[in-house]
Design a protein around this ligand. Structure first.
Ligand SMILES: Cc1cc2nc3c(=O)[nH]c(=O)nc-3n(C[C@H](O)[C@H](O)[C@H](O)COP(=O)(O)OP(=O)(O)OC[C@H]3O[C@@H](n4cnc5c(N)ncnc54)[C@H](O)[C@@H]3O)c2cc1C
Length: 333
């Protein structure tokens, strides 16, 4: 090794696509690396993914390690853990970042344990303090306060939530080094991939428009109202946790601290009070509209537009107006 110090970013893949969280991590890694005089390294594993390495360089990596093997098409957590642990032992990054996706959350603690280092899970920010230390920020006490964490063991390992950081700008003029490795004996540790049990019902983190419902809804069937509005707007339905706990809607739809972090262009919160745990998942949305009968509901302090109204009156009216506008729009064409 040349003695260079670096930040290693694991580039998650789904099929042969790079998960967008990788670009968010690279953006943050670049920012930290510039402050601390380090390099940004990235690692990607899969089958037929070598040509993806340049994309990681365009997004800020100085060096990309590619592990190519047919068997890596399957997300086997033991195989991935072994290869990533070996790499970390070899190149000794100062910092190792992984996305806090379901896959990253499964992978990261195994690597941290194998490296005998600490792991700060679910970070919402990474900062460099005035002494040049990396500080990991994450919600604590169920989202009521933010913890600022310094890790003393190396590498400093963190998982970072999806959609909380700005993705790195793509710069096709960037140049970097690509190191392709073709591992031979992949040890799956006795784990065999049998297939996917279920697909996610909805991809909430990537949704551009979300119509979310909370305990202001009286019955499960009333979610239809929100589905209708979401469909008209080209969006999807989100929910606060009590609706999920009641079994009215699946956890894939949950927004908040123990659910999804979302960043849509438009978030309509219907009958949601705005608890810190809910806000933790949606406060970075573009435009927030809140509909609530209680003018003192905390959600109004975070909303761009607040509608003090009964959702059972307001939402059907809004649906009617939108339908009418759509009908007129079609008539004009
Ligand atoms: C460890 C932990 C993790 C958690 N994680 C999450 C999480 O990820 N996401 C989450 O959402 N919560 C989470 N919670 C729960 C959280 O603390 C709140 O209990 C929850 O967010 C409240 O949901 P709500 O706003 O739908 O319900 P409420 O707080 O009961 O609010 C209902 C709102 O509806 C309004 N309303 C009533 N009727 C109408 C009507 N007809 N029209 C319009 N408005 C009406 C009321 O004025 C009220 O403001 C978590 C809690 C813990 C302890």
């Amino acid at each position: 090794m040349s003695g260079e110090k670096g930040i290693l970013v694991y580039a998650e893949t789904s099929g042969s696509d790079i998960h967008p969280i990788s670009y968010e991590l690279l953006g943050k890694a670049r920012e930290i690396a510039e402050k601390l005089g380090m390099q940004v390294w990235s690692v990607i594993l899969g089958s037929g993914i070598s040509e993806k390495a340049s994309e990681l360089i365009y997004r800020g990596a100085d060096k990309v390690y590619v592990y190519e093997h047919e068997a890596l098409r399957e997300l086997n957590v033991i195989t991935y853990k072994n290869l990533l642990t070996e790499l970390a032992k070899e190149i000794k990054p100062e910092v190792f970042l992984i996305g806090a996706t379901p896959w990253g959350r499964s992978l990261a603690p195994r690597i941290a344990a194998a490296l005998n280092t600490g792991l700060t899970a679910d970070c919402t920010d990474l900062q460099v303090d005035e002494k040049g230390r990396l500080i990991q920020v994450r919600p604590a006490f169920t989202g009521n306060l933010l913890a600022y964490i310094e890790t003393v063991s190396k590498p400093i390992m963190a998982t970072v939530r999806y959609r909380v950081m700005k993705p790195a700008e793509r710069d096709p003029s960037r140049r970097g080094e690509v190191i392709v490795r073709r591992p031979e004996n992949l040890d799956a540790g006795g784990v065999r991939f049998l297939g996917k049990v279920a697909e996610r019902e909805v991809n909430l983190p990537d949704a551009e428009i979300i119509v979310a419902g909370g305990r202001g809804l009286k019955r499960k069937e009333d979610l239809k109202l929100l589905e209708e509005l979401a469909e008209l707007l080209g969006g999807v339905v989100g929910a606060s946790r009590p609706l999920v706990d009641e079994g009215w809607i699946s956890k894939d739809h949950q927004v908040g601290f123990s659910g999804n972090t979302v960043k849509p262009r438009l978030y309509i919160a219907c009958g949601i009070s705005g608890s810190p745990q809910h806000l933790a998942g949606m406060r970075n949305s573009g435009l927030i509209i809140a509909v609530n009968t209680d003018p003192s509901a905390p959600i109004f302090r975070h909303a761009d537009y607040g509608v003090v109204a009964d959702l059972y009156e307001f939402i059907p009216k809004l649906i009617r107006i939108l339908r009418e506008a759509k009908r007129r729009g079609r008539g004009a064409n």
